[in-house]
Design a protein. Structure first.
Length: 209
């Protein structure tokens, strides 16, 4: 059975901005993907606020670089690693460009490619996902560290992440072709969004596997 590690942020964890809680497994895209593809094992490893390489004001284990290898070691052997990060790197307080954010994802992808946590001590394969671009509204009453400028940075991520994936010769999928964030905060997926993400990833994985 193939094992797929889904390494991401709150949209992988399943954050529901309506209540500040976690969506049920049956709603989350990782749970839906598992249900649709019982022939593989889907391993959800999402963390609210996770960035690629950076620590920020939220504190805790938000730095993806520090968490990635322990996750791989814990779940070894892993056939594929799905990286869906970048939105939290857009935060005002970090001041990063889309190119710098893509470089962060690239560092994580290279860590996977240079690891021995795949089958038979080889490296897992990498699948980079571009998260849906933000439509954050400052008047929504939810005080995230974003604004219209960071929305614009998130819209530039697809092209930069596609370049990074090409350089590393790994798989890439731009989720902006399939889904937009939910209307509550313009950042997090709603139930319909999770369903569309799961469907898009299932179609791509079916080709790869």
């Amino acid at each position: 059975m193939k094992r797929i590690l889904c390494f991401g942020d709150s949209n992988t964890w399943g954050f529901d901005p309506r209540f500040g809680t976690r969506q049920p497994e049956s709603v989350r895209w990782t749970g839906r993907l598992q249900h649709a593809m019982p022939q593989i094992e889907v391993i959800p490893e999402g963390e609210n606020g996770r960035t690629t390489l950076w620590d920020d004001f939220m504190g805790g284990c938000r730095n993806g670089k520090g968490a990635l290898l322990p996750c791989l070691q814990k779940h070894c052997p892993v056939d594929w690693v799905l990286l869906m990060l970048g939105i939290n790197d857009c935060k005002i307080s970090l001041g990063l460009s889309a190119k710098e954010i893509a470089e962060g994802v690239k560092v994580l992808a290279e860590m996977v490619q240079h690891s021995k946590y795949g089958p038979n001590g080889n490296a897992p394969k990498v699948f980079i996902l571009c998260p849906p671009a933000m439509k954050y509204r400052e008047d929504a009453g939810i005080p995230w560290d974003f604004n219209e400028h960071t929305n614009g940075i998130s819209r530039e991520l697809g092209a930069e992440l596609e370049k990074a994936a090409a350089q590393l010769q790994c798989e890439f999928l731009d989720l902006n072709l399939f889904v937009q964030p939910g209307a509550v905060d313009g950042i997090h997926l709603d139930a319909e969004g999770h369903a569309k993400v799961a469907e898009a990833i299932e179609e791509k994985l079916s080709e790869l596997l």
